[in-house]
Design a binder for this molecule. Sequence first.
Ligand SMILES: NC(=O)c1ccc[n+]([C@@H]2O[C@H](COP(=O)([O-])OP(=O)(O)OC[C@H]3O[C@@H](n4cnc5c(N)ncnc54)[C@H](OP(=O)(O)O)[C@@H]3O)[C@@H](O)[C@H]2O)c1
Length: 203
Amino acid sequence: MKLAVVGATGAVGQTTLKILDERKFPVRELRAFASERSVGKSVTFKGEKIRVEKIGPEAFRGVDVAFFSAGSAQSREYALQAVKAGAVVVDKSSAFRMDPTVPLVVPEINGHRVKGHRGIVACPNCTTIVTVMPLKPLHDAGRLRRVIATSFQAVSGAGVNGVEELRSQTLAWARGEAITPLPRRCGCRSSPRTRSRSTPRPR
Ligand SMILES: NC(=O)c1ccc[n+]([C@@H]2O[C@H](COP(=O)([O-])OP(=O)(O)OC[C@H]3O[C@@H](n4cnc5c(N)ncnc54)[C@H](OP(=O)(O)O)[C@@H]3O)[C@@H](O)[C@H]2O)c1
């Protein structure tokens, strides 16, 4: 198969490459895309360096599957271009999650929904996926009517910049230096960020 990874230099893109390698996904050719900032850099796949490219008009020619993890704006801008070129897009961003024409899939739970795709398959966000995995068998065993959940987000949820921020703050903390957090301190501390979404109580 010919694959494209859009956002190949990012946290999700790098993990995608690692998993494709680990699972011995049948890759005949791989194209790696990122922003203009990364043109000239390379990513490693199966021990080989792959040149990072900027998305151009011919980017998705001949691509079978394109993994998108460059943010929702980029998915909105380029996913249909990839579909028109004949690729199936697997989108990690929030761009199409609420689109009723796009299947929102967690393979272990509703993988069968992939069959109904029209070119794009969306994934829920990382917190949702790990939440629904244990909930599904519980729901099958005895119908769940309400779930109260608290999530603890890793800084990696903010991408490579979040991970780098944690690394530099932790090193500064270990050296006894003042930490200048952007936007909050994450090194050796958790910071509260709350958001609630309530669903109607079942009658
Ligand atoms: N981190 C997570 O745990 C997680 C989990 C699930 C879903 N997601 C979603 O996945 C997406 C990426 O997240 P991330 O954490 O991987 O972010 P990230 O580490 O910041 O990576 C962003 C990637 O997108 C690329 N990019 C930015 N602008 C671009 C453009 N105009 N054209 C092409 N590529 C561009 C970046 O390239 P440069 O290196 O050149 O800047 C980089 O490769 C987001 O939509 C996020 O919500 C993230």
